[in-house]
Each structure stands twice: as structure tokens, then as C-alpha cells.
Design a protein around this ligand. Structure first.
Ligand code: ZN
Length: 176
């Protein structure tokens, strides 16, 4: 079994993907993580990601294909962030058998707050949100668990969120 998510930005795909992986022994593949890893050696890609710009299908598909090829084919996968448009969905038909699609709905306002307030602890991996009350750390910008300073991902901006949402509405939502 392979699982695919279709969901707007900040719908909680990553969180749900982790839960599914733990419960069913599946492997989580996040195209966002693959891209960020590839961008470490690619300044052009780094800039595009930071601005939330469109990344060529060919780049994403090459990274994903390499990752899938490197994995034991008996393991079910959870794809997080792919497919994001019709072109990718068609390519996926040949890449993976037996797919289940999960759609997650989220309001634009909640999604925006999740992205703009998102904080994480580099030391212990805990996550917080400076805007959403129940996820705020007890002390501003300090991790409850290990007291390290919390950090914000550089691409979690209003500008980037708007770009991501526009892209979702135009290209990903039609897949439903
Ligand atoms: Zn911590």
C-alpha cells in the first residue's frame, strides 16, 4: 500500500504522514525534504525554495525517482508533497502501484497561522507556534523541553504562503 496526500499548505500532511508510517510501518518520503537536501549544493534552487517559487517538475521527479529506486520495493510509501500537479500525477502512475489518496481540508486562516507562527527546536525537534495559543511555548521563543532558542524556517513567510496557496488552488486542487 502506498499513500498519497492531496492537501493545501499547512493542512498537516507531514504530521499525518508520520502517524501513518508509525502505525503501518510505511516509509515517509517528503518532496520538500528531498528538495531542501538537494538545495544545499544548489544556490539557484535555494533561492527558488526560499521565495516559494515554482520548481520544475523534471527536478522533483528526478529526485523522487532516485529516492524510490533506492528503497526496497516491498515497503509501502507515504508521499508528502507529491503529486502537486496533473503532470506529476500522470508520471506517478508509472512510478507506484496500489495507491490510496487522502484529502485533508483546512481553512485558509488556520493554514496561514500555522505557517507564519511555526517554530521548532533545533536541539530536540519539538515544534511550537507563536500565533496559535495552544501551541505556544511557555516562554517566548524558548523550548519547553530543553530550553534552547526556537527557530523559524526561513521560507515560512506571508509571501511564500500566498505563493504556495495560489499554486495549490491553480494546479493541485484540480487533481481532486
Ligand atoms: Zn528543545
Amino acid at each position: 500500500m502506498n499513500v498519497i496526500f492531496i492537501a493545501p499548505p499547512a493542512a498537516g500532511k507531514g504530521t499525518q504522514a508520520k502517524i501513518l508510517c508509525e502505525k503501518y510501518g510505511l516509509l515517509h518520503i517528503s518532496t520538500g525534504d528531498l528538495l531542501r537536501r538537494a538545495a544545499k549544493d544548489d544556490l539557484g534552487l535555494q533561492k527558488k525554495l526560499a521565495r516559494g517559487e515554482f520548481i520544475d517538475d523534471s527536478i522533483i521527479m528526478e529526485l523522487l525517482k532516485k529516492e524510490i529506486d533506492s528503497i526496497n520495493s516491498n515497503v509501502g510509501l507515504v508521499l508528502d508533497g507529491f503529486p502537486r500537479n496533473m503532470n506529476q500525477a500522470i508520471a506517478l502512475e508509472d512510478m507506484l502501484q496500489d495507491k490510496i489518496v487522502i484529502y485533508i481540508e483546512v481553512s485558509e486562516n488556520l493554514a496561514r497561522n500555522r505557517i507564519l507562527g511555526r517554530l521548532h527546536c533545533k536541539e530536540c525537534g519539538a515544534t511550537y507556534n507563536s500565533i496559535i495559543l495552544e501551541n505556544q511555548p511557555k516562554i517566548v521563543n524558548v523550548c519547553d523541553n530543553c530550553h534552547s532558542t526556537l527557530i523559524k524556517r526561513s521560507d515560512d513567510t506571508e509571501f511564500t504562503f500566498n505563493n504556495r496557496l495560489k499554486f495549490y488552488t491553480e494546479y493541485t486542487e484540480p487533481l481532486l
